[in-house]
Each structure stands twice: as structure tokens, then as C-alpha cells.
Design a protein around this ligand. Structure first.
Ligand SMILES: Nc1ncnc2c1ncn2[C@@H]1O[C@H](COP(=O)(O)OP(=O)(O)OP(=O)(O)O)[C@@H](O)[C@H]1O
Ligand SMILES: [Mg+2]
Length: 344
């Protein structure tokens, strides 16, 4: 019995998780689980991430979409620097539960911490998560008891996932050696934070790496303000993702095209990020800058023209988690085949 190799990116906005075959995304929201008084009889097939409830340490939590819809108290604030924060543990176990086929499922996990917290909190985190966790999971039908066992856990600076995604193939082998000698900047724009990291010959350079609070939520706050002034409507930040995606705001049943406001908000964020990059890095010293994160995708068209050596990675919102999973396969594959074939 050997662990599944899983990558988990616990973002402030969204949890991304993959086993290399299937990837899931759900909002990083945790609420107190309650009895749902009436379940629509007409509910059609739902994705497992839309109905995620988990009992951890004898408390039931709603997670992701279900928390947004049904819980009274919803937190979307991962205090990732606070080790006692339960929502992080709940999100991590909920993410793993999506891959727990067996009643007693083992995992090897790679995950990331923001660069500001990495050095201080890595060890506490590892200690908290390693080992066995008895949970109950409920994805709409029936509650099931499961043991989630985290056999191996590695924590790396968050944006390094993107780097591993670039250099490793799906089997976790090195496919691109050209990065070995380069000095690379990685700009990871997320929901609530942006991380700036430097890798010199694949080594993490702590003193050139930092985090900032300018991210997609900066653009969302701007939009909330605009929509309030102009249309007298109040939109929460988790409702804005949809508005941004469709570029349509519904005001009293009418569809209003808000593309212009979105572009304004995104270009403001791109300008602020550009200023930060110029403050922390001498960009002539970097061979390449990789733009990543869901927010990277969002503001790329405003940010890329400012940096000739910057590229947007494909599938940017999932780039970190893909890299974590590939690294996991690279590090733990050997344990698997060795024990499996030699001792089975
Ligand atoms: N394809 C896309 N186009 C435009 N915007 C996108 C796209 N995908 C994601 N986003 C935006 O990216 C944001 C979330 O990005 P991401 O999942 O990287 O953040 P996070 O990792 O949860 O946050 P943080 O890094 O701050 O912890 C969403 O709010 C959404 O607006
Ligand atoms: Mg992120």
C-alpha cells in the first residue's frame, strides 16, 4: 500500500489540488457545517467540489461552494502564518479527501507556503500535517469515515511550483535542463497576495524574494467601489469572479457591460505590480521572469508589455500545483517502485 502523490496549492482565494490526472479547484472558504433543512429534490449531478463537507477533530465543516451557499460564518482568510488556524488544516484534508478512494488512504504531499512565511513556518506545518487524520467526509450522499494518512510531506516556497512545472515532465523527470544555469524571477499573482521569488541555478534566493498585498483583491476592491458609485449595487469579492469572467454586471435584471471598468482595475494593479518588481529586482540581472497565478493570467496583457523578458506560463492558475505534483512524483516515485517491486 503506497501513497498517492498529490500536489496541493492552498491559496487565499482558491485551493488547487491534483494527482497528475485529475485537478480540482474550490474556493478557500470554510464554514460551520449545519443540517441542511431542505435539499432540492431536483438537484442534478454536482461536482464533488460543490458539495464538500468534512468532519475534522469532531467538528463538521462546510468547504468551498457549500460554505458560501449554506454557512452563516464563512472565512476566506487563511491565516497561513498561524499554525493554530484550523481552516488551513480543514482545507488541506478536504482537498485530500477528493482523492481518498480507500477507507484508509495514504498520501505523499507537496505543498507551498508564501515566501514571507516559508522559513519560519515550514517545520511547524510539517509537524501538524504529517501522520494520520481520522475524518468523516460527505459529498452529498452519505457520510463516510476515512483515515487520511500523510506519509511524506514537503513544503516549498509557493512560486517554486511554477518552476518545477517548467522543468519537469509528467513523470517527474527533468525535461528542460536550460534552467539549471539561469537566474529566474517568478511573479505569482494570486487572490490576496503576490509572491516574488528568485531562483538562481534552481536555488531559492531568500533575500531577493518577498510577498505583497497587491493582488486580484486590489482590483476587486476597486470594482466594488466603482459599482457602488455608479450602479448603487454591492458586490462581495467572491461574486466578482463571475462578473470579471463574463464582463457583465446584472443590475436589476439588466445586463451591463463592464469591460471598461475591469480593464481600468487590472491596469492599475499591473502598474502597482510593475513598480514593486522594479523596486525589488534589478531586472537586467534576471535571465527570465515567469508570470504565474490566476491573477497573472488576468493582468498579463497589461503587465507583459512592461517587461521584455517576462512570459506568462500556460494554465497559470494551476501552474504551482502542477509543479508540486510533478516534484512529488520525482521525490517519492522511487520509494514506490523500490518497495513495491522488491518486497511485494
Ligand atoms: N483564466 C483566468 N483569467 C482571468 N483571471 C483569472 C483566470 N483564472 C483565475 N483568475 C483570477 O485569479 C484569481 C485567483 O488566482 P489564484 O488561484 O492564483 O489565487 P490564490 O492562489 O488562491 O491566491 P494567493 O496566491 O493570494 O494565495 C481569481 O480571483 C480570478 O479572478
Ligand atoms: Mg497562489
Amino acid at each position: 500500500m503506497f501513497g498517492k502523490n498529490i500536489g496541493i496549492d492552498l491559496g487565499y482565494g482558491y485551493v488547487k489540488v491534483t494527482d497528475g490526472q485529475t485537478a480540482y479547484l474550490f474556493p478557500s472558504t470554510v464554514g460551520i457545517g449545519q443540517k441542511i433543512r431542505f435539499k432540492s429534490l431536483l438537484t442534478t449531478f454536482q461536482k464533488p467540489t460543490e458539495n464538500l463537507a468534512i468532519t475534522v477533530d469532531n467538528k463538521k465543516y462546510f468547504v468551498g461552494q457549500l460554505a458560501i451557499k449554506q454557512s452563516e460564518v464563512v472565512t476566506r482568510s487563511l491565516g497561513r502564518n498561524r499554525i493554530e488556524d484550523t481552516s488551513t488544516k480543514v482545507l488541506l484534508l478536504a482537498a485530500l479527501s477528493l482523492f481518498a478512494d480507500k477507507d484508509d488512504q495514504s498520501f505523499n504531499v507537496i505543498t507551498g507556503l508564501p515566501v514571507d512565511y516559508y522559513s519560519n513556518f515550514r517545520d511547524d506545518w510539517t509537524e501538524l500535517m504529517l501522520g494520520m487524520h481520522a475524518v468523516k467526509i460527505d459529498t452529498g450522499q452519505q457520510e463516510k469515515n476515512k483515515i487520511i494518512k500523510i506519509e511524506k510531506l514537503q513544503i516549498i516556497p509557493q512560486p517554486f511550483g511554477t518552476l518545477y512545472d517548467k522543468i519537469l515532465n509528467n513523470e517527474g523527470e527533468i525535461r528542460d535542463e536550460s534552467y539549471n544555469d539561469l537566474k529566474i524571477g517568478i511573479v505569482d499573482i494570486g487572490f490576496k497576495t503576490s509572491d516574488f521569488a528568485v531562483a538562481d541555478s534552481l536555488e531559492f534566493i531568500d533575500k531577493l524574494s518577498s510577498s505583497s498585498e497587491i493582488a486580484m483583491s486590489t482590483a476587486f476592491n476597486f470594482l466594488t467601489e466603482r459599482f457602488r458609485e455608479k450602479y448603487f449595487i454591492n458586490k462581495e469579492s467572491y461574486e466578482l469572479d463571475r462578473v470579471v469572467e463574463t464582463e457583465i454586471l446584472r443590475v436589476a435584471g439588466e445586463a451591463v457591460d463592464v469591460e471598461e471598468h475591469i480593464n481600468e482595475a487590472f491596469s492599475i494593479v499591473a502598474n502597482k505590480i510593475a513598480t514593486e518588481i522594479n523596486n525589488i529586482w534589478d531586472k537586467r540581472e534576471l535571465d527570465k521572469i515567469i508570470l504565474t497565478g490566476g491573477g497573472g493570467e488576468a493582468i498579463a496583457k497589461f503587465l507583459l508589455p512592461k517587461f521584455p523578458n517576462m512570459d506568462l506560463i500556460k494554465g497559470a492558475q494551476f501552474a504551482n500545483v502542477r509543479g508540486y505534483q510533478k516534484l512529488c512524483t520525482n521525490l517519492f516515485r522511487n520509494t514506490y517502485s523500490f518497495s513495491d517491486e522488491s518486497y511485494a
